[in-house]
Design a protein around this ligand. Sequence first.
Ligand SMILES: [Zn+2]
Length: 450
Amino acid sequence: MKLEATVDGLMDGLRADLERLAAIPSISFPGFPAGPVEEAHDLLAGLLRDAGVPHVERLDLPDTAPVIYGEILPPTPEAPTVLLYGHYDVQPPGDEALWKSPPFEPTPVEGGLRARGIADDKSNVIAHLGMLRAYGGRPPVGIKIVIEGQEEYGSAFDDYPPSDPERFACDAMVIADLGNLRPGTPTLTTGLRGACEVVVEVRTLDEPRHSGEFGGAAPDALLVLLKALGTLHDVHGDVAVEGLRREEWDGTTYTEEEFRDLAGVRDGVPLIGSGSLGERLWSGPAITVIGLDAPSVEHAASAVVPYARAKLNLRFHPRQDPREARDRLVDHLRSLRPFGVPLTVTPGDTGPGYEAATGGPAYRAALAALKEGWGEDASYVATGGSIPLVNGLAKAAPGAEVLLFGAQDSMCNLHAPNERVLFSELRNTVVAMCAFVREYAAGHGTGADA
Ligand SMILES: [Zn+2]
Protein backbone atom coordinates (compact mmCIF):
# COMPACT_ATOMS: atom_id res chain seq x y z
CA MET A 1 0.00 0.00 0.00
CA LYS A 2 2.86 2.37 0.81
CA LEU A 3 4.32 1.94 -2.67
CA GLU A 4 0.97 2.61 -4.34
CA ALA A 5 0.45 5.74 -2.24
CA THR A 6 3.94 6.96 -3.15
CA VAL A 7 3.27 6.45 -6.86
CA ASP A 8 -0.18 8.06 -6.66
CA GLY A 9 1.48 11.08 -5.09
CA LEU A 10 3.89 11.32 -8.02
CA MET A 11 1.30 11.09 -10.79
CA ASP A 12 0.47 14.80 -11.18
CA GLY A 13 4.14 15.62 -11.68
CA LEU A 14 4.66 12.71 -14.07
CA ARG A 15 1.64 13.74 -16.09
CA ALA A 16 2.94 17.30 -16.35
CA ASP A 17 6.35 16.05 -17.51
CA LEU A 18 4.72 13.68 -20.02
CA GLU A 19 2.75 16.60 -21.45
CA ARG A 20 5.89 18.72 -21.78
CA LEU A 21 7.74 15.90 -23.49
CA ALA A 22 4.84 14.98 -25.81
CA ALA A 23 4.50 18.61 -26.92
CA ILE A 24 7.93 18.35 -28.57
CA PRO A 25 7.78 16.94 -32.15
CA SER A 26 10.95 14.86 -31.73
CA ILE A 27 10.82 13.12 -35.12
CA SER A 28 14.17 11.67 -36.22
CA PHE A 29 13.19 11.06 -39.85
CA PRO A 30 14.98 12.65 -42.80
CA GLY A 31 13.38 15.96 -43.71
CA PHE A 32 12.29 16.81 -40.15
CA PRO A 33 14.17 19.46 -38.13
CA ALA A 34 16.77 18.30 -35.62
CA GLY A 35 15.94 21.06 -33.12
CA PRO A 36 13.02 19.31 -31.43
CA VAL A 37 15.02 16.06 -31.18
CA GLU A 38 17.72 17.96 -29.30
CA GLU A 39 15.08 19.66 -27.18
CA ALA A 40 13.52 16.34 -26.13
CA HIS A 41 16.95 14.95 -25.39
CA ASP A 42 17.86 17.91 -23.19
CA LEU A 43 14.54 17.93 -21.35
CA LEU A 44 14.80 14.25 -20.54
CA ALA A 45 18.46 14.37 -19.54
CA GLY A 46 17.57 17.22 -17.15
CA LEU A 47 14.62 15.30 -15.69
CA LEU A 48 16.85 12.29 -15.03
CA ARG A 49 19.46 14.46 -13.29
CA ASP A 50 16.72 16.05 -11.19
CA ALA A 51 15.44 12.55 -10.29
CA GLY A 52 18.81 11.86 -8.71
CA VAL A 53 20.72 10.05 -11.45
CA PRO A 54 24.28 11.15 -10.60
CA HIS A 55 25.82 10.35 -13.96
CA VAL A 56 23.95 11.36 -17.13
CA GLU A 57 25.92 11.35 -20.34
CA ARG A 58 25.17 12.25 -23.95
CA LEU A 59 26.43 9.64 -26.43
CA ASP A 60 26.99 11.09 -29.88
CA LEU A 61 27.38 8.11 -32.17
CA PRO A 62 27.51 8.06 -35.97
CA ASP A 63 24.24 7.91 -37.92
CA THR A 64 21.90 8.34 -35.00
CA ALA A 65 20.39 10.98 -32.73
CA PRO A 66 22.06 11.54 -29.33
CA VAL A 67 21.56 8.68 -26.89
CA ILE A 68 20.99 9.43 -23.21
CA TYR A 69 23.05 7.19 -20.99
CA GLY A 70 22.62 7.36 -17.21
CA GLU A 71 24.05 5.33 -14.41
CA ILE A 72 23.38 4.75 -10.71
CA LEU A 73 25.87 2.44 -9.02
CA PRO A 74 24.48 -0.54 -7.10
CA PRO A 75 23.86 0.36 -3.45
CA THR A 76 25.72 -2.76 -2.22
CA PRO A 77 28.21 -5.09 -3.90
CA GLU A 78 25.60 -7.91 -4.03
CA ALA A 79 22.86 -5.77 -5.60
CA PRO A 80 22.15 -6.54 -9.26
CA THR A 81 22.18 -3.99 -12.06
CA VAL A 82 19.10 -3.34 -14.18
CA LEU A 83 19.27 -1.64 -17.57
CA LEU A 84 16.21 0.44 -18.47
CA TYR A 85 15.54 1.12 -22.14
CA GLY A 86 13.20 3.49 -23.95
CA HIS A 87 13.27 6.03 -26.81
CA TYR A 88 12.38 9.73 -26.94
CA ASP A 89 11.83 10.04 -30.70
CA VAL A 90 8.41 9.51 -32.25
CA GLN A 91 6.79 8.50 -35.54
CA PRO A 92 5.78 11.35 -37.86
CA PRO A 93 2.11 12.23 -37.31
CA GLY A 94 1.05 11.28 -40.85
CA ASP A 95 -2.05 12.99 -42.26
CA GLU A 96 -2.92 15.59 -39.63
CA ALA A 97 -6.47 15.81 -40.95
CA LEU A 98 -7.10 12.37 -39.45
CA TRP A 99 -6.23 13.60 -35.95
CA LYS A 100 -9.00 14.79 -33.60
CA SER A 101 -6.57 17.29 -32.05
CA PRO A 102 -3.16 18.60 -33.16
CA PRO A 103 -0.66 15.75 -32.75
CA PHE A 104 1.78 17.76 -30.68
CA GLU A 105 -0.78 19.39 -28.38
CA PRO A 106 -1.38 16.77 -25.68
CA THR A 107 -5.15 16.71 -25.31
CA PRO A 108 -7.27 15.00 -22.61
CA VAL A 109 -9.22 11.92 -23.68
CA GLU A 110 -11.19 9.65 -21.39
CA GLY A 111 -8.73 8.38 -18.80
CA GLY A 112 -5.66 9.66 -20.58
CA LEU A 113 -4.02 11.95 -23.11
CA ARG A 114 -3.79 12.02 -26.89
CA ALA A 115 -0.64 13.05 -28.80
CA ARG A 116 1.89 11.54 -31.20
CA GLY A 117 4.42 9.50 -29.26
CA ILE A 118 2.66 9.89 -25.93
CA ALA A 119 2.38 6.11 -25.63
CA ASP A 120 5.23 5.05 -27.97
CA ASP A 121 7.46 5.62 -26.20
CA LYS A 122 7.29 8.72 -24.05
CA SER A 123 4.94 7.04 -21.56
CA ASN A 124 7.55 4.40 -20.81
CA VAL A 125 10.36 6.90 -20.51
CA ILE A 126 8.21 8.74 -17.95
CA ALA A 127 7.54 5.41 -16.17
CA HIS A 128 11.30 4.91 -15.73
CA LEU A 129 11.48 8.44 -14.34
CA GLY A 130 8.59 7.67 -11.97
CA MET A 131 10.39 4.65 -10.56
CA LEU A 132 13.54 6.72 -9.96
CA ARG A 133 11.52 9.45 -8.22
CA ALA A 134 9.69 6.91 -6.05
CA TYR A 135 13.07 5.81 -4.67
CA GLY A 136 14.43 9.34 -4.42
CA GLY A 137 17.13 8.42 -6.94
CA ARG A 138 18.38 5.53 -4.75
CA PRO A 139 16.70 2.34 -5.97
CA PRO A 140 17.74 -0.96 -4.37
CA VAL A 141 19.54 -2.04 -7.57
CA GLY A 142 22.19 -0.52 -9.78
CA ILE A 143 20.64 1.27 -12.77
CA LYS A 144 21.80 1.85 -16.31
CA ILE A 145 19.39 3.91 -18.32
CA VAL A 146 19.53 4.03 -22.10
CA ILE A 147 17.09 6.35 -23.91
CA GLU A 148 17.76 6.57 -27.62
CA GLY A 149 16.52 9.16 -30.09
CA GLN A 150 16.19 7.45 -33.46
CA GLU A 151 14.37 4.20 -32.83
CA GLU A 152 11.43 4.82 -35.12
CA TYR A 153 13.43 5.57 -38.26
CA GLY A 154 16.03 2.93 -37.52
CA SER A 155 19.58 3.72 -36.55
CA ALA A 156 23.13 2.47 -36.33
CA PHE A 157 22.67 2.32 -32.55
CA ASP A 158 21.12 -1.15 -32.93
CA ASP A 159 24.57 -2.58 -33.64
CA TYR A 160 26.49 -0.46 -31.13
CA PRO A 161 26.08 -2.24 -27.74
CA PRO A 162 28.29 -5.28 -28.54
CA SER A 163 31.17 -2.88 -29.35
CA ASP A 164 30.98 -1.34 -25.86
CA PRO A 165 29.88 -4.28 -23.70
CA GLU A 166 31.09 -2.86 -20.39
CA ARG A 167 28.75 0.08 -20.69
CA PHE A 168 25.75 -2.21 -21.22
CA ALA A 169 26.74 -4.94 -18.76
CA CYS A 170 23.79 -5.74 -16.49
CA ASP A 171 21.91 -8.61 -14.82
CA ALA A 172 18.50 -7.80 -16.29
CA MET A 173 17.08 -5.33 -18.75
CA VAL A 174 13.63 -3.81 -18.96
CA ILE A 175 12.89 -3.01 -22.60
CA ALA A 176 9.96 -0.66 -22.14
CA ASP A 177 8.88 -0.05 -25.72
CA LEU A 178 5.57 -1.87 -25.67
CA GLY A 179 2.82 -2.67 -23.25
CA ASN A 180 -0.28 -4.67 -22.52
CA LEU A 181 -2.43 -6.91 -24.68
CA ARG A 182 -5.37 -4.77 -23.58
CA PRO A 183 -5.74 -2.05 -20.95
CA GLY A 184 -5.85 -3.63 -17.50
CA THR A 185 -4.22 -6.93 -18.53
CA PRO A 186 -0.60 -7.02 -17.33
CA THR A 187 1.48 -8.53 -20.08
CA LEU A 188 5.01 -9.76 -20.52
CA THR A 189 6.13 -10.00 -24.12
CA THR A 190 8.34 -13.05 -24.52
CA GLY A 191 8.86 -13.26 -28.27
CA LEU A 192 9.37 -11.05 -31.29
CA ARG A 193 9.02 -12.47 -34.81
CA GLY A 194 11.86 -12.03 -37.25
CA ALA A 195 11.37 -10.18 -40.54
CA CYS A 196 12.79 -10.11 -44.04
CA GLU A 197 11.97 -8.69 -47.45
CA VAL A 198 12.18 -10.29 -50.86
CA VAL A 199 11.58 -8.72 -54.28
CA VAL A 200 10.26 -10.84 -57.14
CA GLU A 201 10.31 -9.65 -60.77
CA VAL A 202 8.97 -10.92 -64.08
CA ARG A 203 9.99 -9.71 -67.55
CA THR A 204 8.21 -11.40 -70.44
CA LEU A 205 8.29 -8.95 -73.40
CA ASP A 206 10.58 -6.19 -74.59
CA GLU A 207 7.70 -3.70 -74.54
CA PRO A 208 3.92 -3.57 -74.08
CA ARG A 209 2.05 -5.08 -77.05
CA HIS A 210 -1.53 -4.58 -78.24
CA SER A 211 -3.71 -6.94 -76.19
CA GLY A 212 -6.01 -7.61 -79.14
CA GLU A 213 -3.26 -8.59 -81.53
CA PHE A 214 -0.95 -10.35 -79.05
CA GLY A 215 -3.06 -11.27 -76.00
CA GLY A 216 -3.74 -15.01 -75.77
CA ALA A 217 -0.23 -16.06 -76.76
CA ALA A 218 2.16 -13.35 -75.59
CA PRO A 219 2.76 -13.99 -71.84
CA ASP A 220 1.41 -11.27 -69.55
CA ALA A 221 4.06 -10.51 -66.89
CA LEU A 222 1.49 -9.40 -64.35
CA LEU A 223 -0.51 -12.60 -64.74
CA VAL A 224 2.71 -14.63 -64.29
CA LEU A 225 3.52 -12.70 -61.14
CA LEU A 226 0.01 -13.08 -59.71
CA LYS A 227 0.09 -16.83 -60.32
CA ALA A 228 3.39 -16.98 -58.43
CA LEU A 229 2.05 -14.91 -55.53
CA GLY A 230 -1.02 -17.14 -55.43
CA THR A 231 1.16 -20.13 -54.46
CA LEU A 232 2.37 -18.51 -51.23
CA HIS A 233 -0.80 -19.43 -49.30
CA ASP A 234 -3.13 -22.42 -49.29
CA VAL A 235 -6.90 -22.24 -49.66
CA HIS A 236 -7.31 -21.37 -45.95
CA GLY A 237 -4.84 -18.51 -46.13
CA ASP A 238 -2.08 -20.37 -44.25
CA VAL A 239 1.46 -19.86 -45.56
CA ALA A 240 2.22 -22.68 -48.02
CA VAL A 241 5.99 -22.20 -48.26
CA GLU A 242 7.82 -25.30 -46.97
CA GLY A 243 10.27 -25.06 -44.10
CA LEU A 244 8.91 -22.02 -42.29
CA ARG A 245 8.60 -22.85 -38.64
CA ARG A 246 5.17 -22.90 -37.12
CA GLU A 247 4.25 -23.92 -33.57
CA GLU A 248 1.26 -23.78 -31.32
CA TRP A 249 1.09 -20.64 -29.20
CA ASP A 250 0.73 -21.41 -25.50
CA GLY A 251 0.46 -17.87 -24.11
CA THR A 252 -2.52 -15.54 -24.17
CA THR A 253 -3.86 -13.85 -27.27
CA TYR A 254 -6.62 -11.58 -28.52
CA THR A 255 -10.19 -12.70 -28.84
CA GLU A 256 -11.28 -12.80 -32.48
CA GLU A 257 -13.57 -9.84 -31.85
CA GLU A 258 -10.77 -7.74 -30.34
CA PHE A 259 -8.48 -8.58 -33.22
CA ARG A 260 -11.09 -7.76 -35.88
CA ASP A 261 -11.68 -4.46 -34.19
CA LEU A 262 -7.96 -3.64 -33.83
CA ALA A 263 -7.24 -4.55 -37.44
CA GLY A 264 -10.35 -2.76 -38.72
CA VAL A 265 -11.53 -5.83 -40.63
CA ARG A 266 -14.73 -5.04 -42.54
CA ASP A 267 -17.99 -6.84 -41.73
CA GLY A 268 -18.44 -9.94 -43.83
CA VAL A 269 -14.70 -10.35 -44.44
CA PRO A 270 -13.31 -13.44 -42.67
CA LEU A 271 -9.84 -13.60 -41.12
CA ILE A 272 -7.30 -15.72 -42.97
CA GLY A 273 -5.32 -18.73 -41.77
CA SER A 274 -6.13 -21.47 -39.29
CA GLY A 275 -5.05 -22.26 -35.75
CA SER A 276 -5.13 -19.84 -32.81
CA LEU A 277 -4.52 -16.15 -33.39
CA GLY A 278 -1.33 -16.45 -31.33
CA GLU A 279 -0.06 -19.08 -33.76
CA ARG A 280 -1.04 -17.05 -36.82
CA LEU A 281 0.40 -13.80 -35.47
CA TRP A 282 3.40 -14.83 -33.36
CA SER A 283 4.58 -18.44 -33.53
CA GLY A 284 3.91 -19.02 -37.22
CA PRO A 285 4.98 -17.31 -40.44
CA ALA A 286 3.19 -14.58 -42.35
CA ILE A 287 3.82 -13.36 -45.89
CA THR A 288 2.40 -10.03 -46.99
CA VAL A 289 2.61 -8.47 -50.45
CA ILE A 290 3.60 -4.94 -49.45
CA GLY A 291 4.18 -3.42 -52.88
CA LEU A 292 3.39 -4.09 -56.52
CA ASP A 293 4.69 -2.36 -59.65
CA ALA A 294 2.27 -2.69 -62.56
CA PRO A 295 0.36 -0.21 -64.72
CA SER A 296 -2.23 1.68 -62.69
CA VAL A 297 -5.89 1.22 -63.51
CA GLU A 298 -6.16 4.90 -64.32
CA HIS A 299 -3.39 4.78 -66.91
CA ALA A 300 -4.07 1.27 -68.19
CA ALA A 301 -3.59 0.82 -71.94
CA SER A 302 -5.08 -2.15 -73.83
CA ALA A 303 -1.73 -3.90 -73.88
CA VAL A 304 -0.07 -7.07 -72.64
CA VAL A 305 2.03 -6.06 -69.60
CA PRO A 306 5.74 -6.81 -70.25
CA TYR A 307 7.11 -6.34 -66.73
CA ALA A 308 5.87 -6.55 -63.15
CA ARG A 309 7.41 -6.81 -59.72
CA ALA A 310 6.31 -7.25 -56.12
CA LYS A 311 7.90 -6.73 -52.72
CA LEU A 312 7.12 -9.34 -50.09
CA ASN A 313 7.47 -9.02 -46.34
CA LEU A 314 8.03 -12.28 -44.46
CA ARG A 315 7.58 -12.57 -40.69
CA PHE A 316 8.91 -15.73 -39.14
CA HIS A 317 9.08 -17.69 -35.89
CA PRO A 318 11.16 -15.94 -33.16
CA ARG A 319 13.67 -18.81 -33.08
CA GLN A 320 14.03 -19.52 -36.80
CA ASP A 321 17.37 -18.55 -38.30
CA PRO A 322 16.74 -15.42 -40.42
CA ARG A 323 18.79 -16.58 -43.39
CA GLU A 324 17.15 -19.98 -43.34
CA ALA A 325 13.68 -18.41 -43.29
CA ARG A 326 14.56 -16.05 -46.13
CA ASP A 327 16.09 -18.86 -48.19
CA ARG A 328 12.95 -20.98 -47.84
CA LEU A 329 10.89 -18.18 -49.40
CA VAL A 330 13.51 -17.45 -52.08
CA ASP A 331 13.82 -21.17 -52.99
CA HIS A 332 10.05 -21.48 -53.22
CA LEU A 333 9.81 -18.56 -55.65
CA ARG A 334 12.81 -19.66 -57.71
CA SER A 335 11.34 -23.13 -58.14
CA LEU A 336 8.18 -21.73 -59.73
CA ARG A 337 7.59 -21.56 -63.50
CA PRO A 338 4.11 -20.02 -63.92
CA PHE A 339 3.20 -20.73 -67.59
CA GLY A 340 6.82 -21.90 -67.89
CA VAL A 341 8.22 -18.45 -67.09
CA PRO A 342 11.08 -18.16 -64.53
CA LEU A 343 11.08 -15.37 -61.94
CA THR A 344 13.93 -13.12 -60.82
CA VAL A 345 14.09 -13.22 -57.02
CA THR A 346 16.21 -10.77 -54.99
CA PRO A 347 16.58 -11.37 -51.26
CA GLY A 348 16.56 -8.21 -49.12
CA ASP A 349 17.41 -7.34 -45.52
CA THR A 350 16.58 -9.72 -42.71
CA GLY A 351 16.19 -9.04 -39.01
CA PRO A 352 16.26 -11.84 -36.47
CA GLY A 353 13.41 -12.53 -34.09
CA TYR A 354 13.87 -12.79 -30.39
CA GLU A 355 12.67 -15.18 -27.74
CA ALA A 356 13.25 -14.34 -24.09
CA ALA A 357 14.40 -17.05 -21.70
CA THR A 358 11.76 -17.30 -18.99
CA GLY A 359 11.97 -18.68 -15.48
CA GLY A 360 15.00 -16.79 -14.11
CA PRO A 361 15.01 -14.57 -11.00
CA ALA A 362 14.27 -11.39 -12.93
CA TYR A 363 11.32 -13.10 -14.62
CA ARG A 364 9.92 -14.22 -11.29
CA ALA A 365 10.37 -10.71 -9.92
CA ALA A 366 8.62 -9.24 -12.98
CA LEU A 367 5.65 -11.60 -12.65
CA ALA A 368 5.20 -10.58 -9.00
CA ALA A 369 5.67 -6.92 -9.92
CA LEU A 370 3.09 -6.94 -12.73
CA LYS A 371 0.61 -8.59 -10.40
CA GLU A 372 1.26 -5.85 -7.87
CA GLY A 373 0.83 -3.17 -10.53
CA TRP A 374 -2.44 -4.41 -12.00
CA GLY A 375 -3.81 -6.74 -9.31
CA GLU A 376 -3.95 -9.61 -11.79
CA ASP A 377 -1.63 -12.39 -12.93
CA ALA A 378 0.51 -11.46 -15.93
CA SER A 379 -0.18 -12.91 -19.38
CA TYR A 380 2.46 -13.88 -21.91
CA VAL A 381 2.28 -12.66 -25.48
CA ALA A 382 4.62 -12.25 -28.40
CA THR A 383 4.55 -9.50 -30.94
CA GLY A 384 4.85 -9.39 -34.69
CA GLY A 385 6.79 -6.16 -34.58
CA SER A 386 10.51 -6.20 -34.02
CA ILE A 387 12.80 -4.21 -31.71
CA PRO A 388 16.19 -4.64 -33.43
CA LEU A 389 18.12 -3.17 -30.51
CA VAL A 390 17.04 -6.07 -28.27
CA ASN A 391 19.39 -8.38 -30.13
CA GLY A 392 22.25 -5.89 -29.88
CA LEU A 393 21.74 -5.49 -26.13
CA ALA A 394 21.39 -9.24 -25.64
CA LYS A 395 24.71 -9.73 -27.45
CA ALA A 396 26.40 -7.09 -25.30
CA ALA A 397 25.07 -8.62 -22.06
CA PRO A 398 24.54 -12.28 -22.96
CA GLY A 399 23.85 -13.38 -19.37
CA ALA A 400 21.18 -10.76 -18.71
CA GLU A 401 17.50 -11.60 -18.51
CA VAL A 402 15.42 -9.53 -20.92
CA LEU A 403 12.00 -8.29 -19.80
CA LEU A 404 9.60 -6.61 -22.17
CA PHE A 405 6.72 -4.69 -20.60
CA GLY A 406 5.47 -1.14 -20.40
CA ALA A 407 2.68 1.42 -20.39
CA GLN A 408 1.45 1.10 -23.96
CA ASP A 409 -1.50 -1.13 -24.85
CA SER A 410 -2.70 -2.71 -28.08
CA MET A 411 -5.50 -0.16 -28.38
CA CYS A 412 -3.27 2.95 -28.06
CA ASN A 413 -3.03 3.65 -31.84
CA LEU A 414 0.73 3.65 -31.96
CA HIS A 415 2.10 4.69 -35.38
CA ALA A 416 -1.50 5.65 -36.29
CA PRO A 417 -3.61 8.81 -35.99
CA ASN A 418 -4.97 9.69 -32.53
CA GLU A 419 -2.35 7.86 -30.46
CA ARG A 420 -3.23 7.95 -26.79
CA VAL A 421 -2.03 6.71 -23.42
CA LEU A 422 -4.13 5.83 -20.37
CA PHE A 423 -3.15 7.18 -16.93
CA SER A 424 -4.16 3.86 -15.35
CA GLU A 425 -1.60 2.02 -17.51
CA LEU A 426 1.09 4.60 -16.77
CA ARG A 427 0.44 4.54 -13.04
CA ASN A 428 0.36 0.74 -12.88
CA THR A 429 3.58 0.55 -14.91
CA VAL A 430 5.33 2.83 -12.43
CA VAL A 431 4.08 0.65 -9.55
CA ALA A 432 5.28 -2.46 -11.41
CA MET A 433 8.70 -0.94 -12.15
CA CYS A 434 9.14 -0.03 -8.47
CA ALA A 435 7.96 -3.47 -7.34
CA PHE A 436 10.23 -5.13 -9.89
CA VAL A 437 13.45 -3.54 -8.64
CA ARG A 438 12.39 -4.21 -5.03
CA GLU A 439 11.58 -7.90 -5.67
CA TYR A 440 14.65 -8.41 -7.82
CA ALA A 441 16.94 -6.85 -5.21
CA ALA A 442 15.28 -8.93 -2.47
CA GLY A 443 16.09 -12.05 -4.47
CA HIS A 444 19.75 -10.99 -4.23
CA GLY A 445 19.53 -10.41 -0.48
CA THR A 446 19.28 -6.64 -0.67
CA GLY A 447 16.12 -4.70 -0.01
CA ALA A 448 14.76 -1.18 0.21
CA ASP A 449 11.38 0.49 0.35
CA ALA A 450 9.96 3.00 -2.06
ZN1 LIG B 1 8.56 2.51 -29.88
